[in-house]
Design a protein around this ligand. Structure first.
Ligand SMILES: Cc1ncc(COP(=O)(O)O)c(C=O)c1O
Length: 451
């Protein structure tokens, strides 16, 4: 297999960096201006992570593409890291937003849309009761609070190298088998080892051992890990996870925020999972902030039994704008008209095509890499074998190489997510877009492997 020559990689990276900057004078000028009012010149800390010396500033996005201020067109395979999996500004969602904007944006009162969305979510995911939040992070936080409240247990359990948003309890990793705060954890309110247990995904022995103490209120899990490359569950893993959690009275929260890529009812419906809670955010309202969490009748009953009407606005589950009329109108249109079964029937074959193109290039250029797909999401990783857990996936990450691949793609009109090597398909992504990525990926592979 071809190992990557680091000095060649460095030379190629310098060439790509020069090209990126030279072709984007307007973005460069805006970045210089932005540095005078925005920390690191970006509105959100992680936007500093884009692979060029500055991010391209966007002029306009529509469907599966966007244009920067210098006039470059990009095929968007990042899609707002799933927030825009619907394609940018899908027309059904935009019409619903336009209408709702003139009829009131936020009221602290329900609209009929809330019921229609609740009914739609019931049908998709099979869980009977629903509540809303503004972000998937909040939906996860609220589900965790409810699980602790119901079980009266202090801790939660997550998987090594998971990501569920900025949920304090989840910033914990395993290093040489020892639980410790995740690298880069900023100002934690408490040491996460106090609130959380962390084990490897696909390790049933570790799960059984951790839950035996009966101090764990809930397991928070993506059904397949998607935030450290893609890590698929072993056959039978979910059945065992459900059985073990039930045996120990631990509730199971399945976070479908990314794994919605598996189909209209996420991985849960595709594989008949039976979670106690389910969380879905990001694309649920076509990019308008919104998220939902659902739960079983038993959970709903426990919540109702413990509800205190006088204090229910200050119990730690809240958000003045949560469940607002605008996001519910956007959710209704997005669920009923955009993220439909027909859309998935178009998106999934595009991801298959992307994966085939990448796999063939990996094989043709004998690269020690692999590629994995889940529904309409796919990702390559810098190791010859597919990882079985977060540690193996994290071990395969290569920041230098990753940045090169991302910059190389950007210079050829393709945007990958800035975190690892994910490509996501929208309902508007076309075969030609995929083939453009395959061509660029093959060129990069060739340049990396031939002197
Ligand atoms: C699986 C998963 N859950 C939750 C979140 C949090 O979403 P948000 O940042 O929109 O709150 C993320 C964000 O990447 C995620 O990947």
């Amino acid at each position: 297999m071809n190992q990557i020559d680091r000095s060649r990689l460095k030379t190629l990276m310098e060439r790509e960096q020069k090209r990126f900057a030279a072709e984007r004078p307007k973005s460069a000028a805006l970045f210089e201006r932005a540095r005078k009012s925005l920390l690191s010149g970006v509105p959100m800390n992680w936007m500093a992570k884009w692979a060029g010396a500055f991010p391209p500033f966007v002029r306009e996005a529509r469907g599966a593409e966007f244009f920067d201020v210098d006039g470059h067109r990009y095929i968007d395979l990042c899609l707002g890291d799933t927030g825009a999996m619907t394609g940018h500004s899908p027309s059904a969602t935009v019409s619903a937003i336009e209408q709702q904007m003139r009829r009131g944006i936020t009221l602290m009162l329900p609209s009929e849309d809330a019921i229609i969305v609740g009914e739609e979510l019931q049908q998709r995911f099979g869980l009977p009761f629903w509540q809303f939040a503004l972000t998937a992070t909040d939906a996860n936080r609220f589900a965790i609070r409810l699980a602790r409240h119901i079980t009266q247990r202090p801790k939660i359990l997550v998987f090594n190298w998971c990501y569920h948003g900025t949920v304090d309890e989840s910033f914990i990793t395993l290093k040489d088998g020892v639980e410790q705060a995740r690298r880069g954890n900023i100002g934690p309110p408490v040491d996460p080892t106090v609130t959380t247990r962390v084990i490897e995904f696909n390790d049933l022995g570790a799960l059984e051992a951790a839950l035996r103490s009966e101090e764990i209120g809930c397991v928070l899990a993506e059904p397949a890990m998607t935030n450290v490359g893609i890590v698929l569950p072993d056959p039978g893993y979910h059945q065992a996870l459900r059985e073990i959690t039930r045996n120990h009275g631990t509730l199971l929260i399945v976070d479908e925020t990314h794994t919605i890529c598996a189909g209209p009812g996420g991985y849960t419906r595709a594989e008949n999972l039976e979670p106690d809670f389910l969380v879905f955010g990001k694309p649920i309202a076509g990019g308008v902030p919104g998220a939902a969490y659902g739960f079983t009748t038993e959970v709903a009953q426990c919540i109702a039994d413990r509800m205190n009407l006088e204090d229910c606005d200050t119990g730690g589950i809240g958000g003045t704008l949560a469940g607002n009329a605008l996001s519910l109108a956007a959710m209704r249109a997005t669920l009923q008209k955009v993220l439909t079964k027909d859309a998935f029937d178009r998106m999934i074959p595009m991801a298959e095509r992307w994966t085939e193109g990448v796999a063939k290039a990996i094989s043709d250029f004998s690269l020690p890499w692999n590629v994995t797909r889940l529904g309409c999401r796919a990702e390559y990783l810098f190791s010859p074998q597919r990882p079985k857990n977060g540690a193996q996936a994290h071990e395969a990450m290569d920041f230098e190489l990753e940045r090169f691949m991302h910059l190389y793609a950007m210079n050829r009109g393709i945007l990958l997510t800035p975190f690892h090597n994910m490509a996501l398909m929208s309902p508007m992504t076309a075969k030609e877009d995929i083939d453009q990525h395959t061509k660029a990926f093959r060129e990069a592979a060739k340049e990396l492997t031939t002197a």
